[in-house]
Design a protein around this ligand. Sequence first.
Ligand code: PLP
Length: 516
Amino acid sequence: MEIKYFAFLKYLIRFNRQVYLDHNATTPVSSHVRSKMDRALKDHYGNPSSFYGIGRKSAELLDEAHQHVANAIHVDLSEIHFTACATESNNAVLKSVAAHFYPKKKKIVSTPIEHPSVMNTLAYLETQGVIVEYCSVDDKGRVRLAELEKLIDDDTFLVCCMSANNETGVIQDLKAVTKIARKHGALVLTDCVQALGKIPIDLHAWDVDYASFSAHKLYGPKGIGALYIKQGSPFTPLLHGGHQESGLRAGTESMHNIIGFGAACQDVDKLLAHSKQVAALKQQLIQQLKEIKPDCVINSPETESECLPNTLSVTFPGVENAGLMGMLDFRGIAVSAGSACSTGEDTPSHVLKAVGLSDQAARETIRFSLGRDTSASDIHYVTRVIRDYIEGRISFVNMLAPAQLNENILFDEKTFILDVRPGDDRKKFKGLPNSHQVNPLRVENYLKQLPRDKNILVYCPGGGLSMMISYYLKSKGFKKITNLRGGLDSWRKRRSDLYEKYAGQNVTILEPDKVN
Ligand code: PLP
């Protein structure tokens, strides 16, 4: 009896663990930040623009928060402006600087590994006539400075280069980038979202004009960002309205979030002091992964000074990341394949492609991003699950090769076909006959409608997203789950005869379950 009890306890400890290794996507809010925010919500609700006591108190706290952020990056408090998020900060700078210079000067030079909040804003500016050129990066994601030097010319008004990348962790030599930009009088914007709290930042020493930040990457709240504007650098507000943030960002200040951001920045020194331990755990992870799969490829720079201490991008040849991530999720482990923003899409990450990975290698890549509470036993647990998966000791989802998906299966009464494709793919291609469409990002809202006595055949465009959802359904007790390998794309190509004949027939759109 006792032995059984301990075995059960061991099972619970082993398989009911939560390990969060996705700190580059977001971080938990620290207790220090939470307590400051609680206090702000409870006591400091005054509008900082009001002149009576409770308003003046908020204004004082607002100044303090500016000071805490400014201290963390070694700038003057007047150079910090709160925004709603780093996406807003990046948008505001790119659009404002373009409006200031264009059409006198026409060119922005950037890199192909920027965050979508930069990439998509640049794409928009291109539609307005701005010329955008991208300086290539090497296989570790380092900007090729000699090429940058050639691209920047007297027509260039802005150079935009992130200080550290969210997917590979590569750190750029910002001082060198700025030096080149200055030769032609170009301004510099750097996205510091991933750098803050992980590596020392000294914006005056880097000599950049603009920098963006986000609280939720350093144990602060979501929905609050900051923008550094060097004194004298041109800037026109994105939002017009009140005089808040020195007239550069209108809108009543989100005081609890701002106070939370300030508190998070007060902890930056502690985070930096702890980064050696985080880096040591990352080394432990690398070593164990190399033992499990000697042919795994480390995409992150292995030189300490060139990579964020917490970030590791690894390709596991022959192992689709969707299946591995699904299994890790099933075991309570959160990691990411590309950036969080691209979850739900089956397209390989633009960052991994820019560092030279093939589409297939990108689909075999996982990003681990450790945090300040990650422990050695977390790493041990994660690598044990990965070992079991890679060595074939655990596999809960059946795979169906596209060529095997024939009329017998398509019209089998005991098979329930679940379409988890994103909406844009549904617009482009008709679905499998007899399939049931659900919102892939809200599968939990359809569980009551999925039959437990049938084989559920899950499919998406490329076979990745459906794999993750298959594991999710397994975790919810669905016994017979099959994933269509290569997704609808492969099946359409392999069985174009069946696609032409049956696609789109008898498709049901499921409504989300009613909440009681
Ligand atoms: N820049 C980088 C490098 C990021 O990693 C992120 C978030 O993932 C952002 C910008 C966007 O930040 P926010 O969520 O505050 O808009």
